[in-house]
Design a protein around this ligand. Structure first.
Ligand code: PLP
Length: 371
């Protein structure tokens, strides 16, 4: 499965170990250079249909997957606007920077927001959620499966049955930094919105976002009079039935998406892809403990796609990155308030074990040099 990466050796190419945008294979970058086509013609419909079929496989759904020319943030707005009625409330599960931001998005759209919080680095526990849900009815629970700031994967599979005890409560899930690196069975779990964007574990350039949407969520949208315009589920549905989108989509990126989904599903295979991510994550975690660092994320809830490492050795992360750049690589410092206390290694998308070894060896060389 190892992809040849001759371009990785060129000094002008810096391999990205940051949690988005990530490395995109040359072949996928080049798929974007196909000639332009009109988006109201048969050729486009065929492209859309091909992508739609593969998206449904990757989302494990028979329902629908909307295609949005926006980043993932746009679909946060879509989920909040379409699934929460004005007179009702939404419960946001917040344990990091991204989940905090999604709650803000709901507030900025005039929704009534309650928050269930856990300390950064900790997962939201199913028991906590069960208690909170007893207090009052919610139109939806909104959660971030993989907190990219802390490297915590929340226990979605254990939370779902708890939320399912409340038939009017929709389950809205952000999978932006994990989709494509971890199995999320949309129909099997009975989720209502599952959203992601292209530039993270899907190994595509930024510019498109996707959301699987349940029939229940569509029914809910019909009860919300002001859903906005660009991200209106009802309009997206109408056009999806014609293999199209309401406004002009990013056609170039759709070509690349079609090719990359084909790679994920038919060449690498989804199960192999998930297993590879688990292997990369295990490798990084073993290295972290072997050289005196600690994981920032709570034991048992480590992310398969990004590791947030506590900077327990107090290294100069900026200097580390300067050194890594001379080796044609870069990782990420901590996010927001964790900036100096942590650094992050993304091990997602099409990165191979050899890439992770290259990175860890280079970090090791830096540590020895600066010891
Ligand atoms: C990156 C990220 C987002 C924002 O996605 P964009 O595509 O940059 O808008 C949302 N949620 C999570 C968990 C992320 O990692």
């Amino acid at each position: 499965m190892t992809e040849p990466r001759p371009e990785a050796k060129k000094p002008d190419h810096v391999r990205l170990f940051i949690p988005g945008p990530i490395e995109v294979r040359r072949e996928i970058l080049e798929a974007q250079s196909a000639w332009m086509i009109g988006h109201r013609g048969k050729e486009f419909e065929a492209l859309f249909a091909s992508v739609q079929e593969k998206l449904r496989q990757a989302f494990f759904t028979r329902s629908r997957v909307y295609v949005s020319t926006s980043s993932g943030t746009g679909l946060w707005e879509a989920a909040s606007r379409n699934c929460i009625r004005d007179e009702s409330r939404v419960l946001h599960l917040v344990n990091g920077a991204f989940s905090e931001r999604w709650a803000d998005v709901s507030r900025m759209n005039g929704k009534k927001v309650d928050v269930l919080e856990a300390e950064w680095g900790k997962a939201i526990k199913p028991e906590q959620l069960a208690e909170k849900l007893k207090q009052q009815p919610y139109d939806a629970v909104a959660l971030v499966l993989n907190e990219t700031s802390t490297g915590v994967k929340n226990p979605l599979e254990a939370m779902v049955p708890i939320i399912k005890q409340y038939p009017d409560t929709l389950i809205l899930v952000d999978a932006v930094s994990i989709f494509g690196g971890y199995k999320i069975d949309f129909d099997g779990l009975g989720l209502d919105v599952l959203l992601t964007s292209t530039q993270k574990a899907m190994a595509l350039p930024p510019g498109l976002a996707f959301a699987a949407v349940s029939d229940r969520a569509l029914e809910r949208a019909k009860q919300v009079p002001y859903r906005g315009y660009y991200f209106d589920f009802i309009e997206l549905e109408k056009m999806l039935l014609k293999n199209n989108t309401p406004a002009t989509p990013n056609i170039s990126l759709l070509y690349a998406t079609d090719k990359q989904l084909d790679y994920m599903i038919n060449q690498e295979g989804l199960e192999n892809r998930y297993a590879r991510h688990e292997k990369l994550a295990d490798t990084v975690r073993a290295w972290v403990s072997s050289c005196g660092f600690q994981m920032f994320s709570e034991e048992g809830y480590h992310s398969p796609t990004v590791s947030t490492v506590s900077n327990t050795r107090n290294i100069d992360v900026k200097a580390l990155n300067q050194y890594l750049r001379t080796q044609g690589m870069v990782l990420s410092d901590g996010y927001g308030k964790l900036k100096d206390r942590t650094f992050r290694i993304a091990h997602m998308a099409d990165l191979q074990l050899s890439d992770i070894h290259d990175l860890l060896n280079a970090i090791q060389a830096f540590l020895e040099k600066s010891a």
